[in-house]
Design a protein around this ligand. Structure first.
Ligand code: NI
Length: 192
């Protein structure tokens, strides 16, 4: 049966729901997600609520709609001051729809990443250090920010999901990918 995001909406409107996170190997994670055409609809707001519920339940730093099986260009991210990310500045909670990322220089830096769709693993990924992102909030208001560091990394990771890219695909040397409990023994890090 062809994929139809409306099937998802029909079963989720008006309910709070932690949804199953799709894991690497699921074809929905390889697709280019479609633009959102209408803002501030009950369906869109329900999707966003489910993403938030799921991200919070999984203790994630971010999530993209395809990760709960909805191939639409919606991401969210946010990190409070957190001992789990000792070298990470906090990132304001942001819902970003139809995002466009523009690197502001060629400068990149390496950093550890994880992903709810790739549980139990961490990898070193190069990301642009400074970028501008534009897009829309759930009501259709324009978001336009210049960000750097961990905020820029999280935005790039989440927006990659909308183009069918998981972070292991960005790793040059697969020795930079490993099991979290081997790489960081005793730290009990979450899957994101
Ligand atoms: Ni991810």
């Amino acid at each position: 049966m062809p994929y139809n995001p409306l099937n998802f909406f029909a079963e989720s409107v008006g309910e709070m729901a932690v949804r199953t996170v799709r894991k690497m190997g699921d074809p929905v994670l390889w697709q280019r997600a479609e633009e959102v055409g209408q803002f501030d609809t009950p369906e869109l707001l329900a999707l966003i609520q489910d993403m938030r519920d799921t991200m919070d339940a999984m203790d994630g730093a971010g999530i993209a709609a395809p990760q709960i099986g909805v191939s639409l260009r919606v991401v969210m991210f946010g990190v409070d001051e957190n001992p789990r990310y000792p070298d990470a500045e906090s990132v304001p909670f942001t819902v970003l729809i139809n995002p466009v990322l523009t690197p502001l220089s060629d400068e990149v830096e390496e950093g550890w990443e994880g992903c709810l769709s790739v549980p139990g693993l961490r990898g070193i990924v190069s990301r642009y250090t400074r970028l501008r992102y534009t897009g829309f909030d759930p009501q259709g208001n324009i978001i336009d920010r210049t960000v750097e560091g961990f905020h820029a990394r999280v935005a790039q990771h989440e927006c990659d999901h909308l183009d069918g890219i998981l972070y292991p695909m960005r790793i040059q040397d697969l020795r930079d990918l490993g099991y979290t409990d081997v790489l960081f023994p005793g730290e009990d890090l979450p899957d994101d």
